[in-house]
Write a protein that binds this ligand. Structure first.
Ligand SMILES: Cc1cc2nc3c(=O)[nH]c(=O)nc-3n(C[C@H](O)[C@H](O)[C@H](O)COP(=O)(O)O)c2cc1C
Length: 193
């Protein structure tokens, strides 16, 4: 493992190496864990977008289950498993809602189908009439007009306080490095596999 003293640069290097070699259609998938409102941990995959000012950006409906959970408990975790390079990165940090401008630009970059579905579907709400929902989506797909970002769609920036990098080894003596942020410094320790 390269001995980077900054976990953000190490993350960027590892992610790029995985992207360069991966044949997965969604190599940006990352497991986002939140504290459930009922106390049970909750996890689901989302797409990692980018790092801004040292924070990891994810997007989605703010009024979804994950959105409500994050707004209640800001402490979250992100877990990457990169199959090609056989590396795991675990991140714990504090999620903050970003201002609307970047959200507009992320929304613009989404496929039209994703924009239409985000505009019509109330993510996580129960379906009463699936035929009606599907026909509304179909109709909107046919109308060639600009789709504005729904107010409830936005992004969270997760500022890491702890990042652990694990490199799988054929010997099974996997290499683990833990970075913990103390004020402006990162403390680094190697962990037993
Ligand atoms: C590979 C993959 C990527 C996903 N990306 C996102 C995403 O970026 N944002 C999002 O809101 N949901 C995404 N989803 C859907 C979530 O897993 C989840 O179903 C949805 O966010 C609702 O979760 P919640 O009810 O906990 O809010 C993705 C699912 C998969 C499998």
């Amino acid at each position: 493992m390269q001995r980077d003293t900054n976990p953000i640069s190490l993350f960027k290097a590892w992610y790029q190496e995985e992207l360069d070699q991966s044949s997965l259609s969604i190599p940006s998938a990352v497991c986002l864990s939140t504290q459930g409102l009922d106390g049970y941990p909750n996890a689901r995959f989302v797409s990692f977008k980018e790092i801004i000012d040292g924070s990891f950006v994810i997007t989605g409906p703010l009024n979804s289950r994950k959105g409500l959970e994050i707004q209640q408990h800001h402490q979250v975790a992100l877990t990457f498993w990169w199959t090609t390079t056989e590396r795991q990165v675990r991140i714990q940090g504090v999620a903050q809602k970003l201002s609307p401008e970047p959200a507009d630009s992320y929304f613009e970059k989404r496929s039209r189908a994703s924009q239409v579905v985000s505009n019509i579907s109330q993510q996580g709400s129960e379906i009463n009439d699936i035929a009606l929902l599907q026909s509304t989506v179909k109709t909107q797909l046919k109308i060639n007009e600009h789709i504005k970002r729904p107010e409830s769609w936005g992004e969270f920036a997760i500022q890491p306080i702890r990042m652990e990098f694990m490199q799988f080894k054929p010997s099974r003596f996997h290499e683990r490095w833990l970075f913990e942020r103390h004020k402006e410094q990162w403390l680094i320790n190697q962990l037993q596999p």
